[in-house]
Design a protein around this ligand. Structure first.
Ligand SMILES: Cc1ncc(C[n+]2csc(CCOP(=O)(O)OP(=O)(O)O)c2C)c(N)n1
Ligand SMILES: [Mg+2]
Length: 337
């Protein structure tokens, strides 16, 4: 897309597999299935009292988190939010580390300093989530600026929610990224609610990608339950960023199928939305595309799903057995030496 052009149609991939790498397709599918299995297990763990804090999940966000992350190189920067376990797992974060984080265990990426999801893996170029949202957007512009300044062709992809697009940091990040032509990709995960607030009360835009026009950058809205549609739109934005042409917005439209967090019964959600989206499970949709296209067969699907279930069970076992932090180290990482 050219600069300033905004596609407002909700593009879908049409499920065409022609010319695609089957290994990449299978890997995207496996990570989506693993993401769902780990989150289903963590919901059970939350209800069973295994976890310390709130549990935020990304049910129905898998096509966005994995579809987008899979369009990057491993040395590109990722700045995920609380719906993006799939992006972490794509990069190589271990499921047990995520569970250990929600348990405040010493072995978690934050060493037990956080009882929820502010984990990252700097060794995998995945940055920790700042609590205030979307504070990861200005941070992402800094990462993109660093890459540009050092003459590297790395890009930085950051995610935010629909409600977050009405916050000041969203505007500040988009402004600086567009005028400096920073190699950023800004993903909007439009799940139609910001906690209990429906999108109609946070934005009057026809689409959220339409906001791109204000910054003179491309913006596109795709079906956020379609992994290939997300992957393709992000790949185009990545190519543009890597070529020095600046940032883009990609909006994926989906639905938050659980409460804001597991403590939230979300009885304020319009029931028809649940009904509509219960027929659009991103994992099932992608599975069907791959089965129809001959990339998967029934036996492989069964094996991938069972392996993911077993991996989630094993992750829980390890995280539960891991130690809590040693109180004598409480100041480690707080003060500079
Ligand atoms: C500045 C700020 N205000 C409030 C919160 C509490 N909070 C965390 S997520 C969230 C909802 C965000 O909605 P949206 O951007 O649509 O993302 P979603 O949770 O739906 O994925 C809120 C209010 C916060 N973390 N930071
Ligand atoms: Mg939202």
């Amino acid at each position: 897309m050219a600069k300033g052009e905004t596609k407002t149609d909700k593009a879908s991939s049409g499920g065409t597999l022609e010319g695609r790498d089957p290994d990449l397709l299978r890997r995207i599918y496996e990570v989506m299935v693993l993401t769902r299995a780990v989150e289903d297990r963590m919901v059970a763990m939350y209800r069973g009292g295994d976890l310390l804090g709130s549990l935020y999940t990304g049910h129905w966000h898998e096509a966005i988190s994995v579809g987008a992350a899979s369009a990057l190189r491993p040395d590109d920067y990722l700045a995920p939010i609380h719906r993006d376990l799939g992006a972490h797992l794509w990069r190589g974060m271990e499921a047990w580390q995520v569970m250990a984080s929600f348990m405040g265990k010493a072995t978690s990426p934050t060493g037990g300093r956080d009882g929820t999801l502010h984990y990252g893996r700097l060794d995998l170029n995945v940055y920790n989530l700042p609590s205030h949202i979307p504070a990861n957007f200005p941070v992402a512009t800094g990462m993109a600026f660093a890459a540009q300044y050092r003459g590297q062709d790395r890009v930085c992809l950051a995610f935010c929610g629909d409600g977050s697009t009405s916050r000041a940091d969203f505007h500040e990040a988009l402004s600086i990224a567009s005028v400096q032509k920073l190699p950023n990709i800004f993903i909007i995960e439009n799940n139609q609610y910001a906690y209990s607030t429906p999108l109609s009360l946070t934005s009057n835009s026809e689409t959220l990608s339409a906001k791109a026009a204000a910054y003179g950058i491309p913006g596109v809205t795709v079906d956020g339950t379609d992994a290939l549609a997300v992957h393709d739109a992000v790949a185009e934005a990545v190519a543009r960023a890597r070529a020095g042409e600046g940032p883009s917005i990609v909006e994926g439209v989906t639905m938050r199928m659980h409460g804001h967090a597991e403590h939230d019964p979300a009885d304020y959600v319009v029931k028809e939305l649940y009904e509509e989206y219960s027929k659009k499970d991103p994992v099932e949709l992608f599975e069907n595309v791959l089965l129809k296209g001959g990339v998967l067969d029934d036996d492989t699907v069964k094996k991938v799903r069972e392996d993911a279930r077993q991996a989630a069970i094993a992750a829980r076992r390890k995280a539960l057995a891991d130690p809590m932090p040693d109180p004598s180290n409480i100041e480690d990482g707080v003060y500079a030496d």
